[in-house]
Design a protein around this ligand. Sequence first.
Ligand code: SF4
Length: 596
Amino acid sequence: MQDIKSLTITELSDKLAELGQPKYRASQVFRWLSRGARGFDDMSDLPKKLRDDLASAFSLTPPVMAQSRTSSDGTVKYLWKLADGETVESVVMEYKHGTTVCVSSQVGCRMGCKFCASTIGGLVRNLTAGEILDQVIFSGTEAQKQISSVVLMGIGEPLDNFDNVLRFLRIVSSPEGYNLGMRHITVSTCGNPESIDKLAGYNLQLTLTISLHAPDDETRSELMPVNRTSGVAAVMDAAKRYFDNTGRRVSLEYALIDGVNDGEEKANALAGLLRGAPYHVNLIRLNEVPERGLAPSGNGAVLKFTNALAARGVNFTIRRRLGLDIDAACGQLRRRSKDKESGTMPYFGLTDRGKVRRTNQDVFGAKTLPGVTLLAVCDGMGGASAGEVASALALKTFLESAETKLSNAVVTAADVSAEFSRAVHIAGNAVLEEASGNAEQAGMGTTLVAAGVIEDSGEVVACNIGDSRAYKSAPSGITKITRDHSVVGEMVERGALTPEQARRHPRRNLITKALGTLQDEEPDIFNVSLDPGEYLLLCSDGLTGTATDEEIWLTVKAASGCEEAANELMQMALRRGAPDNVTVLLFQRGEVSYNG
Ligand code: SF4
């Protein structure tokens, strides 16, 4: 069946005329589609007969939001599940001038850029015009924002999917529909000269951005294999012709990569390349993709690079990196989801700053070692950025220390217990030391809950300090493994408060033990075991402050795997106002494949 959302208004009019409908019906249907109707029955001002005819003649398959991640800077990333089960990402970003959505144009990408996660699995397929449009519409709906500009800079090379992208541009800018002006649309390309010339031929008033990333062929070909066939000079010639044809100034993207393209000689070569031409250079420090082994430039290198550009009169902007804490680099969220599908990650975690806090001081991490999986959640505390520093430092130190000792041996529960005690001391002392050396960090601390799951036996060793918790969730019920080190937690244990009263108590955030407050703080250690199919949940009090143990259990029980359970728990906390940062990390014993 034909995808109705990929039709222009003219094509839709022709199709409806074939169904014997007057012209105004096409405008009605087109308007409904651009407003995000999820089915023909949503089109309430159409006669029932027409709705049925449309349903028989066309497909209308809006994407399902499979995941959302909100950054501490307000950036929101969505992972969309398409009708055939493939996934793509879009990112909603807030700027002073309005809300921008960055959308994908392909599932995967075949361009092979060395710094990009989108291309790791190659190109799967092109997106239809309707699937690109859906990302704009539903990102706006989910974020509850009026989208004021669109950037085609997500997964895929837009000009490698030329016809569908052109069709999308016509539909999204159509006055009868979404009505987004071309000047509010940016198409970003890795720079195939023939495709740039082809686009110039349409004389659209959009902004063209070319990913340059290096001024010389040797470096650019190393970073972007597409350069091997064209070369920098041909790309720059095409950019010049684009400007001559359309009158629109071309922007050049330049991601600063440590030791690769950030030297002063590269800045000087770039300035030479731009001499006399009306280009604007957008500099951005690389959004690191761990799988690609490239790192962002340091502040010193950025300063030298920009000083050299400024001295040569180059017109440039340094863009803020948004969404660093939510895998916002192109393709990272989809990649994580793919890892999950292939069974390489038997766990899944999410963290969100919640609806009230300005920053996210929660972190989580996991490591799969031979025979044992380590999981940990930390919830930092302290003013300014102190809580973030404390939780990140404690998590890193704890996991690295535990990994070193538990990597090379046949691991028993006793080994894990002993190592957790040691790693907690090391992590706590690292936080104390950091706080004592820096007046701004005084008073910082963090909770820590961690677990080691021994693969063969299903034995679990859990440890905690503070009020982040570990639970075991089985089909028959949920068991809280850890004991809260908090004022209200201790009152619950003495029978002075019920768990429900504790959740609403004004002193619920007062903890009695934290990493980084006393030397050699001792964790509590617990031993349980998981049967196949049972879940282990680690979470911060952002979840347990908004949901009861039973609600958590019912949610996990209804889910078809860790990812779905994590998403459902997170959405429950967010729907309830999430006054605190929320983190959930789930492990399911014996789970080897994604079935969401
Ligand atoms: S940067 Fe763009 S063109 Fe290059 S591989 Fe990634 S998605 Fe493709």
